[in-house]
Ligand binder design. Structure first.
Ligand SMILES: [Zn+2]
Length: 343
C-alpha cells in the first residue's frame, strides 16, 4: 500500500495534504480548486488524490492507494472509465463522443462527462489541469454541474492564475493553496530524476520553489537563468541595452517575495561576474575563476581603472543592502544596471 508518506511527501502540498488527511469520504466536496505557482505539484497531487479515490482496496484514510487492484491498474494504464483528465483550455465543441483521457476537451464533452455517475467505482473524478475557459459556454457547463451534482462525482481544477477564473465559477470550489517548495525539496526531486548534484543545486536555487522552472533551467541547455543573468551582466557592464525579461518582473503570478528572490540570484551572479572580471584584470588570464563557464563572456567586458573598479565593488555592496529592504525588485534591477554601466 502506498500511503501518505511515500506518495505525497515531496510536493508543495503541506496544507492540502493536511486538509485531505483529516477528511473522510462523507465530507468530500464536489469541486476542489488547486492554486499556486507552476511546478509545485498541483497536478501530481490531483492525480494521486484521484487514484486514492479509485483504488478498490479498503483503507483507513482517504489518501493512499495499493497499486495492485484493478482500479489502480486501470488508472495507471490511463483507461479507468471513471477518470477524466484534461489540460488547458476548454473549447466549444461540435463533435460528440467521449473525451476520456483526451487533451482537447470541449464544453459539450465536459457537460457529458459531468453528468455521468461512476461506472466501476463509487467515485468519478474529472481533473482539469491548468484550466482556462475559451468561452462562457464552457464555464457554464461547470456551473450547471454544481446545480445538481451527481453523487460521487468530483471535479478538480488546477491553476496558477485563479484570478482568471470567473468569480461565479471560483466560488463553487473549495480552494486549496499549494506553496513554492523549499530549495532542498526541489534539489531532492531533481536528484531523484538523475540530475547531477552540482546541476541540481544550481537549478534548485534559481527555481523559486518550482520543479517545473528548475527543469526548464536544466533543459534550456545553458540558456537558463544562470546564463541569462551573466548575459545581462555583460551588457550592463558594456553600457548596452539589457534584456531583463528572464526575471519575469511583470509576471503577476509571481509574488513580490519571489521576484525579490529572483533578483537576489541575479545580484549574486553579478557579484561572481564582477569578482572574476576584476581578478582577471589584476592577475591576467591565469586567475582561478568562480564562473569558469563564463570566461569568454567576461573577457569581452572592457577593463576599468582601479578606482572605478573599487567604486563598483562598493556600489554592489550598497545594492545588496537595498535589495534586502522592501524596495521593489524592478527598482533594484534598474539601480544595478545604472551602477554597472561605464561612466
Ligand atoms: Zn488500488
Amino acid at each position: 500500500m502506498t500511503g501518505i508518506e511515500g506518495v505525497f511527501d515531496v510536493l508543495g502540498a503541506r496544507a492540502p495534504l493536511a486538509f485531505f488527511a483529516t477528511l473522510d469520504a462523507t465530507r468530500l466536496a464536489h469541486g476542489y480548486l488547486f492554486t499556486g505557482p507552476a511546478g509545485v505539484g498541483k497536478k501530481t497531487f490531483a492525480r494521486r488524490l484521484a487514484q486514492s479515490l479509485l483504488c478498490e482496496t479498503p483503507k483507513a484514510t482517504l489518501l493512499g492507494y495499493c497499486e495492485h487492484c484493478v482500479g489502480c491498474k486501470l488508472f495507471v494504464a490511463g483507461t479507468h472509465p471513471d477518470f477524466v483528465w484534461s489540460e488547458g483550455t476548454i473549447k466549444i465543441g461540435t463533435q460528440a463522443g467521449s473525451a476520456l483521457h483526451d487533451e482537447d476537451l470541449t464544453a459539450r464533452d465536459l457537460v457529458r462527462e459531468l453528468s455521468l455517475h461512476g461506472y466501476r467505482s463509487r467515485y468519478r473524478v474529472v481533473v482539469l489541469g491548468d484550466v482556462a475557459f475559451a468561452t462562457h459556454e464552457s464555464a457554464n457547463a461547470l456551473l450547471k454541474f454544481f446545480e445538481e451534482p451527481p453523487s460521487g462525482v468530483l471535479v478538480i481544477l488546477t491553476t496558477s492564475a485563479p484570478g482568471s477564473l470567473l468569480p461565479t465559477v471560483r466560488s463553487r470550489f473549495v480552494e486549496l493553496g499549494f506553496s513554492p517548495l523549499p530549495v532542498a525539496d526541489v534539489e531532492a526531486v531533481l536528484r531523484k530524476g538523475g540530475v547531477s548534484a552540482e546541476q541540481a543545486r544550481i537549478a534548485a536555487r534559481v527555481s523559486l520553489g518550482s520543479v517545473t522552472r528548475a527543469r526548464a533551467v536544466l533543459d534550456e541547455d545553458g540558456a537558463g537563468i544562470r546564463d541569462a543573468s551573466f548575459a545581462w551582466f555583460e551588457h550592463a557592464m558594456r553600457g548596452e541595452p539589457v534584456d531583463s525579461g528572464f526575471l519575469r518582473l511583470d509576471d503577476r503570478s509571481l509574488s513580490g517575495a519571489e521576484k525579490r528572490a529572483q533578483v537576489g540570484e541575479l545580484l549574486e551572479l553579478v557579484r561572481v561576474g564582477v569578482r572574476d572580471w576584476a581578478a582577471s584584470a589584476l592577475a591576467g588570464e591565469d586567475v582561478a575563476r568562480l564562473a569558469d563557464d563564463q570566461r569568454a563572456r567576461i573577457a569581452r567586458i572592457p577593463a576599468r581603472d582601479p578606482q572605478a573598479t573599487a567604486a563598483l565593488l562598493g556600489a554592489i555592496a550598497e545594492i545588496e543592502r537595498i535589495a534586502d529592504s522592501n524596495v521593489s525588485a524592478g527598482l533594484v534591477v534598474d539601480y544595478l544596471r545604472v551602477q554597472l554601466a561605464p561612466r
